[in-house]
Design a protein around this ligand. Sequence first.
Ligand code: 5GP
Length: 188
Amino acid sequence: MKNKNLLIVISGPSGVGKGSVIKELLSYLETIELAISATTRKKREGEEEGKDYYFFSDDIFDKAIKNDEFIEWCIVHGNRYGTLRKEIRRINNKNKLGLVEIDTKGANKIKTSFPDALQIFISPPTIAVLEERLKRRKTESKEDITKRISNAKEEIKKIKHYDYVIINDSIFDSSKEIEEIIRKRFNL
Ligand code: 5GP
């Protein structure tokens, strides 16, 4: 990548399938790599340190903020999440394009340091479908699901700030749509 200020930002409500769409996309678009975020959220079953997130204690997260290690960080669903500067550097050093999967507030903040970032929002077909998916996932409590649905409604209001909105009906179709957008935008 000649321009190191290039970045792909993907946002969307919790449970919309962002992770699955991104996983599918990365399985065939090798010029892109996911930047692993740091979080103070507790590790879910099956999650791995350095693969899903860097799981930081509150103290370590505080230190990282103080040392200016984040491009952006936000409180999402009651926990802190942040994009690490060194992750983007690590990816760019491999001559690859970084992709960050962050919430709408983070996406807005990142515009300051990466004004040319490609911003994509993945939306559920309806809120009812999203609620169903969150329940099926069985990783959050009832209260957590209520919080995530209420946040989703707020997040969906921000779609006008994104370059593209993808309605996720099918993981494969959504990933292909995003691939096309990326190829066009970055001449891949
Ligand atoms: P989860 O707890 O389900 O893994 O993620 C919750 C939310 O945190 C998701 O909507 C995700 O986009 C957001 N998120 C993950 N990493 C970051 C980050 O580095 N910065 C910000 N602002 N949000 C993040």
